[in-house]
Design a protein. Structure first.
Length: 139
């Protein structure tokens, strides 16, 4: 059996699994972040309970993507830029900021009854996303 056939028979490589993992986590973050953004933008009614649940999920998920950025995992249809691995300390710092700000949003959402109380912290979470995307995600 050829090496190519053997590789196909054993399934995705560790790098391919890492890409799939981090993309899955980011899709779950977007799934939960989107409705909160809709509430903040006035595109849907504010529901404090739903907002708190989504914020809690984003806070939990925010700690997960980093482990999917293993060495040599710039493969397939990844939207990651090579700059991540060239500037891993900065990337980790930006991911930590996202995690911290998402945690603060979840904390605030647990007791908030009005959207105006959440908008500033929601903006900080969005800015943390943007700061990382601007440097490390392909357009």
């Amino acid at each position: 059996m050829s090496a190519v056939a053997l590789a196909d028979a054993t399934g995705p490589s560790p790098a391919e699994r890492a890409v799939a993992y981090r993309q899955g986590v980011y899709h779950a973050i977007a799934w939960n972040f989107g409705p909160m953004a809709g509430m903040v933008k006035g595109e849907m009614p504010f529901d404090a309970k739903a907002f708190a649940l989504k914020a809690e999920r984003v806070a939990y998920l925010s700690a997960l993507p980093l482990e999917g950025f293993i060495p040599d995992s710039l493969v397939g249809d990844s939207e990651a830029k090579p700059d991540i691995w060239d500037n891993m300390d900065d990337f980790k710092s930006k991911m930590q900021t996202f995690e911290t700000e998402a945690g603060k949003l979840a904390d605030a959402a647990r007791t908030a009854t009005a959207l105006d109380a959440l908008k500033p912290q929601f903006g900080k979470v969005g800015q943390a996303c943007k700061d990382c995307h601007d440097n490390y995600k392909k357009d």
